[in-house]
Design a protein around this ligand. Structure first.
Ligand SMILES: NC(=O)c1ccc[n+]([C@@H]2O[C@H](COP(=O)([O-])OP(=O)(O)OC[C@H]3O[C@@H](n4cnc5c(N)ncnc54)[C@H](OP(=O)(O)O)[C@@H]3O)[C@@H](O)[C@H]2O)c1
Length: 349
């Protein structure tokens, strides 16, 4: 499978992106993060060609870890800005939306540049918490101004549904990508988003594809126990609203049989299944230690056959998937909204 993909302007990124939410202070419910091991994992991944990272202004402490990694790379004397691609997000807090302006937006972008020691942000992915609050388009145009100033190389979106994406595209925002939760459990993007994105040359960057790590050998034959991370709390809801724990226990052996045929892991198969879907440019896989590096490096080393793709599609097709558009429940359902933090941008400013 192709290891890299590119936007129309030639900017190239890895199809498996190293996700950095897992470095944030809010992620771990049990235990502590070993930052040295995380940096070690980054070096191993970059050395083997997985050179793209996904960060966010709101992942407390994560942009700073990327900054430490960049300084580490600079220390080797061989660092060029283009050796790695650092994607971040612009996620203004919910309560700032009614009063947001260019000064605020530029302040957050400048802060990301400073934290990560980068000359420009490779991709800024814009998130807007509430479509009922005006200002989304104006703020997106402020990002375009910052792109013209040279502070941003590419503008992407984050958790936009098809209507919002359409609004942005029709207004003339040069959108190159959109992050969406997409997995064998959560197939909401298949309703309309993937078609629209493919038609307009917008790459979907998928997250939640491993459901916080549940799609792995270690959960085969296991009863559901306490979540280890904030992500697992969130993905457990998705599992409950799709295959359920019992359905997942039936899916894991199906994925395992396919994985064994290629000498890879269940998570490799789960990621490649999504990478093979319409408009999907990359899957972001959470990386917080060196434990999964060798497994993640083999994600792109094989090709699922058409028959294997069909086996997975037919199996999950027997089950429901969460209702509505991408991120709709997260915006509207109290059960889903409860886990989402909408006020992280001011932390540590
Ligand atoms: N736009 C958004 O709203 C949004 C939301 C969530 C995430 N994201 C992005 O997507 C990235 C990924 O996050 P996610 O929520 O989708 O998490 P995920 O990738 O589904 O799960 C990450 C967890 O899976 C486990 N894992 C990783 N590689 C594995 C492998 N090869 N085999 C078995 N287990 C493996 C690790 O668990 P252990 O460390 O516990 O072993 C890791 O912490 C984030 O870092 C972030 O960049 C974006």
């Amino acid at each position: 499978m192709e290891k890299k993909a590119k936007f129309k302007n030639g900017y190239t990124f890895s199809r498996v992106i190293n996700g950095c939410w897992q470095l944030s202070a809010e992620h771990c419910l049990i235990g502590k993060l070993d930052y040295d091991d995380a940096i070690r994992a980054f070096h191993m991944l970059v050395d083997e060609g997985l050179t793209t990272f996904d960060c966010a202004d709101i992942y407390t402490g994560a942009e700073e870890v990327i900054g430490r990694f960049v300084m580490d790379l600079k220390g080797t004397g061989r660092y060029q800005e283009e050796d790695i691609q650092v994607h971040t997000k612009f996620v203004p807090d919910m309560d700032i939306l009614p009063v947001i302006n260019m000064e605020y937006t530029e302040g957050i972008v400048d802060r990301s540049l400073k934290r990560m020691h980068r000359e420009a942000l490779d991709l800024v992915q814009f998130h807007w918490w509430d479509y009922n609050i005006p200002g989304m388009l104006e703020t997106a145009f402020d990002l375009v101004k910052l792109q013209k100033k040279g502070k941003i190389r590419n503008i992407g979106m984050c958790n936009m549904d098809t209507n919002a994406l359409k609004l942005l595209v029709e207004a003339g925002i040069p959108v190159v990508s959109n992050q969406a939760q997409y997995s064998v459990f959560d197939r909401r993007p298949e309703r309309t988003l993937l078609d629209y994105s493919a038609e307009h040359g917008i790459y979907t960057f998928a997250f939640g594809t491993l459901a916080g790590g549940f799609l792995a050998e270690r959960y085969m034959g296991k009863k559901y126990e306490a979540p280890e991370t904030r992500s697992q709390v969130k993905y457990m809801q998705i599992i409950e609203d799709s295959l359920g724990w019992d359905g997942m226990q039936k899916l894991l052996p199906v994925l395992k049989e396919i994985a064994d045929a290629h000498g890879v892991t269940i998570s490799n198969v789960a990621v490649q299944y999504i990478l093979n879907q319409k408009s999907v440019g990359a899957v972001m896989v959470g990386t917080r230690n060196s434990r999964h590096v060798s497994s993640n490096l083999q994600t792109l080393s094989f090709d699922l056959t058409a028959e294997e793709m069909k086996t997975i599609r037919d199996f999950i097709g027997q089950y429901p998937t969460p209702e509505g558009e991408c991120y709709e429940l997260e915006r509207t359902s109290p059960r889903y909204k409860g886990i989402i933090l909408t006020d992280r941008n001011e932390v540590g400013k």
